[in-house]
Design a binder for this molecule. Structure first.
Ligand code: UT7
Length: 325
């Protein structure tokens, strides 16, 4: 049976120039390189310049992905940006990116699912493509997460960074089999009862302030391992695969120990997990497309391979996407 699939036609990324090391942070809060590396695996993060906005990062990543895919602004029908740190409360960052890129038509909007934001954006774009409404979509995860950090709170400020990653999706014909090229399935979840474990204590409706990130790290960690292992198994089962069939997992990059525990739970060796958090830290919605772009660009991820993206974040939200490149 002939079906429409969303094929991954190009990837792109952008990281702000300024690098902040763990030793740099040890000068402003009571922490150490040793603690941060041991507890999280993070060694450094990129932080946006004062005049650099989420839309600037997103635009640069999008341009790189468009060039990689060989598409022009005229080809883009849809732009979805996953972000928790929009430039402004409105208009959507996606609309600003549309203008920056000179995309003459189509539609553009943001989705907000924190660290799962890229997966929510990807799943949304995939649905529009599969429905036949869109031929070419730009899906971006972009954050200036540093703007939500309390730089006196060592529990949170050492964990995050800024960046953007993007993919171009194009409609392509498939046979409806698990051997097709493109997105095979996406699986999204949310459970708002866990709101208080990871949140920002501000917002337009709550006191007109942006607020700071608050997190019960240990509890989030515990939920992350269980929920991520569950969603990996869900995606594999839905497509008739087992973990042995996976070439790569490209996870959300929150904590090296979460990646190790999840990989053990699902039976995928750590040599098949893409890790960039040592250099990027947790860039929320940007972390998966940044890691994906890194591993495609350095030749680890190759055409024809089966890759699984997975993430979990505030909300809680969590999800996965199984893709054959
Ligand atoms: O992207 C969204 C999802 N987010 C996550 O998945 C994050 C999940 N959680 C984590 O990554 C980990 O829980 C953390 C890295 C945040 C913390 O690691 P932990 O092993 O759970 O440490 P902890 O919170 O239990 O803290 C252990 C100790 C505490 O001291 P006491 O109470 O034992 O004396 C903290 O006060 O480490 C202390 N601590 C620090 N010490 C030095 C907390 N932050 C720091 C720090 N530097 N930056």
């Amino acid at each position: 049976m002939s079906v429409i699939r969303s094929r991954l036609a190009g990837v792109g990324a952008y990281l702000p120039q300024r690098v902040v090391t763990n030793d740099d942070l040890a000068k402003i809060v009571d922490t150490s390189d040793e603690w941060i590396v041991e507890r999280s695996g993070i060694r450094q993060r990129h932080i946006a310049a004062d005049d650099e906005l989420t839309s600037d990062l997103a635009t640069r990543a999008a341009r790189a992905a468009m060039e990689n895919a060989g598409v022009t602004a005229d080809d883009i029908d849809l732009i979805v940006v996953g972000t928790t740190t929009p430039d402004d409360t409105f208009p959507a960052t996606a609309a600003k990116v549309q203008a920056n890129l000179g995309v003459p038509g189509g539609f553009a909007f943001d989705v907000q699912a924190v660290c799962s934001g890229f997966l929510y954006a990807l799943a949304t774009a995939d649905k529009f493509i599969r429905a036949g409404d869109v031929k070419t979509a730009l899906v971006i995860g972009a954050e200036t997460f540093s703007r939500l950090l309390d730089w006196t709170d060592r529990d949170t400020c050492v964990l995050f960074g800024d960046g953007a990653g993007a993919v171009v999706l194009r409609a392509a014909e498939g046979e409806g089999k698990n051997t097709d090229t493109g997105i095979l399935s996406t699986h999204l979840h949310a459970d708002g009862r866990f709101r208080d474990l990871l949140y920002v204590n501000g917002g337009p409706s709550r006191g007109q302030k942006v607020g700071f990130v608050k997190m019960e790290g240990k509890e989030v960690f515990r939920h992350a391992v269980t929920k991520l292992a569950g969603v990996v198994e869900e995606a594999l089962a839905a497509n008739g695969y087992t973990s042995a069939d996976l070439d790569w997992i490209v996870p959300h990059q929150a904590n090296r120990r979460i990646l190790s525990s999840t990989s053990k739970k699902v039976g995928v060796g750590e040599d098949r997990i893409v890790v960039t958090l040592d250099r990027h830290a947790n860039t929320s919605a940007a972390s998966i497309p940044l890691a994906l772009c890194t591993a495609v660009t350095d030749g680890r991820i190759k055409p024809g391979q089966l890759i699984l993206l997975e993430a979990m974040g505030g909300g809680f939200t969590w999800g996965s996407a199984l893709i054959r490149l």
